[in-house]
Design a protein around this ligand. Structure first.
Ligand SMILES: C[S@@+](CC[C@H](N)C(=O)[O-])C[C@H]1O[C@@H](n2cnc3c(N)ncnc32)[C@H](O)[C@@H]1O
Length: 412
């Protein structure tokens, strides 16, 4: 797709055509394209409409009903911040009363749209002209916010950003073009040296514009965020999506924090003041309590499992694994609770008869801190995923006080 086609897709007649098409269906897509061509539409435009229809359907998981008014590229959709996450980014800029944010590598403009919706004007660039044209089309509801083709490194930032109430937002590209995995998705880059714009460029922007934020990989090492910043790991429905680093007036809690988002709950934030600085560890396997807490992965990535020990008066099974044992049942909005049914040694010779005697024929395997091939374990245990005629249960393969073990658990 080229910027010219994007400009056509953004026009009212193309939007009307798109709105009139039936929902995307692989089986009828070719017929729909043929019908559009038969009605006199240029084949490139017909194909572009079908592509948008397909991407909109896919985009609904990220953007809900807003997807129906947006334009996409496949890559841009994959890299875009999901609606709830973009709203969190935008909230920081709005709360800092910024007038303008420079979006330096705006993609299809998901973050820029969220900022604009909260009253912050965005001046965005993207190095890819087609992507920039799409972002500009997606920003049409906010005429002051614009996106254009350009490199982040060439943007003239305000000389007095405080007076201009200007901020900067970067979401560097984290993928290697052309390298696709088995499912056709481009491979993610987790090396800070390989992001674009570069980490040095990000630091340079943050030196010049006090209100700067950047979205990075959730695997960001803890020693990278500069002193005085806030590094926030965010998860959505249990999957950690990013670590954003915030500078200056955008910092809410200096240090490491976690933001836990779930589709059915309000956001929950965890910071270091809520966490045991030195979380107590379970002294032995025998000291396991009746309740097990699994910290949300954003909390674990942020190194804040101490917030779970603090909230439950519990002890970590093993430092850094994100599991806490406790004697009482407490509702913790950033951890999942399980009842511990049994604690077994890590041995298929023990586990196989244990499952057989209880008529358990379906097993959910969770593991943390242990390397094991699930499929091979299932073969050794002669057990499937679904219960079939029997019962099913969940096991956690992990370490407690350095000892490998199997915890048989029930979600509370
Ligand atoms: C991860 S995407 C941004 C997604 C965006 N936050 C959103 O929610 O839609 C990163 C974008 O940065 C752009 N990019 C990479 N290097 C750039 C550079 N040096 N200057 C400007 N844009 C760049 C890529 O073309 C890509 O569209």
């Amino acid at each position: 797709m080229d910027p010219e086609i994007v400009r056509w897709l953004a026009r009212p007649e193309a939007r009307a055509l798109l709105a009139d098409l039936p929902s995307y269906d692989e089986a009828t897509a070719l017929t729909t394209a043929a019908r559009l061509r038969a009605e006199g539409l240029d084949p490139t435009r017909a194909a572009a409409l079908l592509t948008q229809l397909r991407l909109r359907a896919r985009a609904r998981t990220k953007f809900g009903e807003f997807a129906d008014g947006m334009l996409f590229t496949a890559d841009g959709l994959e890299q875009a911040s999901r609606l709830e996450v973009a709203a969190g980014h935008a909230g920081r800029f709005a709360a800092a009363s910024l007038a303008t944010v420079h979006g330096l590598g705006c993609g299809i403009g998901a973050d820029a749209m969220a900022m604009s919706a909260l009253g912050v004007t965005v001046a965005a660039v993207d190095a890819d002209p087609t992507t920039a044209a799409i972002a500009d089309a997606n920003l049409r509801a906010w005429p002051d916010s614009r996106a254009r083709a350009g490199r982040a490194e060439d943007v003239e930032l305000p000389t007095d950003p405080l007076r201009a109430r200007a901020g900067a937002w970067l979401d560097p590209a984290r993928r290697t073009p052309g390298v696709a995995d088995a499912r056709g998705r481009t491979r993610r880059i987790f090396r800070l040296e390989e992001i674009s714009p570069s980490w040095d460029s990000v630091l340079d922007v943050a030196r010049r514009v006090p209100a700067t934020g950047v979205k990075l990989s959730p695997s960001l090492p803890h020693d990278i965020p500069p002193l005085g910043t806030e590094a926030q790991w965010t998860s959505y429905d249990g999957e950690v999506l990013e670590c954003a680093v915030w500078w200056g007036p955008l910092v809410r809690h200096e240090g490491r924090t976690a933001r836990v988002l779930r589709h059915d709950r309000s956001p929950v934030e965890v910071d270091q003041s809520m966490a045991d600085a030195d979380p107590p560890a379970a002294p032995s396997l025998g000291a396991m309590g009746p309740w097990l807490y699994e910290a949300d992965r954003a909390v674990t990535r942020a190194g804040l499992t101490g917030a779970v020990t603090a909230a439950t008066s519990g002890e970590e099974l093993e430092p850094g694994l994100g599991y806490v044992t406790a004697g009482t049942a407490t509702d913790v909005p950033f951890a999942r609770r399980y009842a511990v049914r049994d604690v077994l040694p890590f041995s298929t010779k023990v586990l196989r008869p244990y499952l057989r005697e209880r008529g358990i024929t379906g097993l959910t395997i969770k593991k943390r801190g242990i390397r094991i091939d699930d499929e091979r374990l299932r073969r050794d245990l002669r057990i499937g995923r679904g219960a079939g005629d029997g019962a099913s249960t969940t096991v956690l393969l992990t370490r407690v006080a350095g000892e490998q073990c199997v915890l048989v658990i029930d979600p509370a």
